[in-house]
Design a binder for this molecule. Structure first.
Ligand code: ATP
Length: 491
């Protein structure tokens, strides 16, 4: 696996991600996405939205404001309890964020000495709103998107006809003044989150009619008990095992963990690099009763990719208390006012998924004595779905290639390139993960057929232009090239 610095250099070289405002001064923890990065990031967000919102009859979305008044963050507990512990290395003078369970055991990787506990730090960015100093108000940039969901709970109840159980989802920026932003996109100060709050009747935490969808999903599991006994060996279990053995306490929570784990498998992440780790008691956030993290084995170790917490009725109760507004749900079956439970809050960083997918797909191979870099990304994640090339930029091949590009671009996000050797152009597509390349050659002018090349096997078939869209669609959906035509060539 490449190192994190090599990955950052690769991303800059290819136009995925750049350090932000680099021509002035690079502030650690801020990045800008380039032309390829923005396409890939958008694909990740669209796939998440489709899976969590549009494919569900009982989940709706919102897009809340980034800045909100202090009382929101007092109610949520962030002003008081959202604190990071500052670890300090006396020798190299570096500061890092320590997790509670790392106090007194974490060592500086450079100097090998124990980090000192340098106190607590609240990573929320604060600013003021209002032009006149005396009238200006203290506000915070949100450190998580979730609170905008809770403050809009009543608006959603009043306008969208949702009935328990239901979810509210959101994608948007979050900000944390991290003590030591590092590992490229892994720990940033400005990042994007995708969060869902799933509300359930407090007496129906196990009434989950959808459970069969996920019950057989296989997961590598590390429980809190194991960690307390210094056992780091994961055991493979199904979601059904996890719930029946009471490791995950509620069925709806188990359902969402299964669904989210499966989503990572569906977008092509290597199952051997994923595990589900339960938070130990002293690690739980102030709002959580039970949390499970989906972790990935990065070059810098196993780390959280997504957290799925049971937030109970903590947040709604707190907002009722601080805003003095009625945020109850009226249960028409029992004619009772209740406060629903957020039995599952899947919360994940878009940038973290982006980085994970790059590490997971980055491959170096040798072809005919030369090194080739391939991003073996799932076709739906890759920035471009199809590349269109004329074999050479003359004899009318370029004109014909543009015609084919015009047909395909209506259907897929396509890339067109006509200059340089064809071999180099293929390599460039391999490096950015484009699964299929269409080449217009001299035979195209005779019989209106083109070649279709597979990024991974480097094999090619011939396809009639009239069948091209349907063939590419099948190919991108997982059909093998050899099942779509006769192999004519391999590099
Ligand atoms: P960590 O322990 O890594 O700091 P956390 O437990 O503080 O994470 P949560 O509050 O659970 O993180 O945030 C939910 C998700 O948001 C994380 O799983 C991660 O994917 C993403 N995330 C959190 N902090 C950052 C950050 N600084 N940069 C990028 N993504 C982040």
């Amino acid at each position: 696996m490449v190192t994190v610095d090599e990955m950052a250099a690769f991303c800059k070289r290819k136009g995925f991600v750049f350090p932000s405002a680099e021509i002035h001064e690079n502030l650690a923890g801020f990045y800008d996405y380039g032309p390829l990065g923005i396409e890939m990031k958008r694909n990740i967000k669209n796939l998440w939205w489709r899976s969590v919102v549009q494919n569900k009859e009982n989940v709706v979305g919102i897009d809340g404001a980034i800045i909100s008044p202090e009382s929101v963050w007092k109610a949520s507990g962030h002003v008081e309890s959202f604190v990071d512990i500052v670890g300090y290395c006396k020798k190299c003078k570096k500061k890092i964020k320590l997790d509670k369970h790392e106090i007194g055991i974490a060592k500086c990787p450079n100097c090998g000495i124990l980090y000192e506990n340098n106190g607590e730090f609240n990573p929320m960015f604060e600013t003021t709103v209002g032009a006149v100093k005396e009238e200006s108000k203290k506000v915070y940039l949100r450190p998580e998107t979730a609170q905008m969901i809770f403050v809009n709970f009543k608006n959603i109840l009043d306008t969208s006809r949702v009935k328990l159980p239901f979810g509210i989802a959101q994608i948007g920026k979050a900000f944390r003044n991290e003590i030591s932003p590092r590992n490229f996109l892994f720990r940033m100060r400005e990042f994007e989150q995708m969060e869902l709050e799933f509300f359930v009747h407090p007496q129906k935490l196990n009434d989950c009619p959808n459970f069969d969808e996920v019950k057989n999903v296989k997961i590598n599991v590390l429980t809190a008990d194991q960690q307390e006994n210094n056992d780091q060996e994961t055991t493979q279990m199904t979601i059904n095992d996890l719930f029946s053995n009471k490791l995950i306490r509620t069925k709806w929570h188990a359902y969402w963990i299964g669904l989210r784990y499966k989503w990572f498998l569906d977008i092509g992440i290597n199952p051997d690099k994923l595990r589900l780790r339960e938070h130990t008691k002293d690690e739980l956030s102030h709002y959580s009763m039970e949390t499970w993290d989906i972790e990935y084995n990065y070059p810098f170790g196993w780390k959280e990719l997504e957290g799925i917490a049971n937030r109970t009725d903590f947040d709604l109760k707190q907002h009722i208390k601080y805003s003095k507004k009625d945020l109850y749900y009226f249960d028409t079956e029992t004619n009772e006012k209740i406060i629903p439970y957020v039995v599952a809050e899947p919360s994940v960083g878009v940038d973290r998924i982006f980085l994970t997918l790059l590490f997971d797909s980055y491959t170096e191979e040798e072809v005919n004595g030369e090194k080739r870099i391939v991003l073996k990304l799932h076709p739906l994640i890759a920035p471009y779905k199809v590349a269109v090339f004329p074999l050479v930029k003359k004899d009318g091949l370029d004109k014909k290639a543009k015609e084919v590009f015009d047909i395909l671009k209506k259907e897929f996000n396509c890339f067109y390139d006509e200059s340089g050797s064809i071999g180099r152009r293929y390599r460039r597509m391999d490096e950015i993960g484009t699964k299929s390349t269409v080449t217009i050659d001299y035979q195209t002018l005779e019989d209106d057929s083109v070649t279709l090349r597979d990024r991974d096997s480097m094999k090619q078939i011939r396809v009639d232009i009239k069948d091209l869209i349907i063939t590419i669609r099948k190919f991108l959906n997982g059909k093998k090239l050899e099942n779509l035509g006769k192999i004519i060539k391999k590099e």
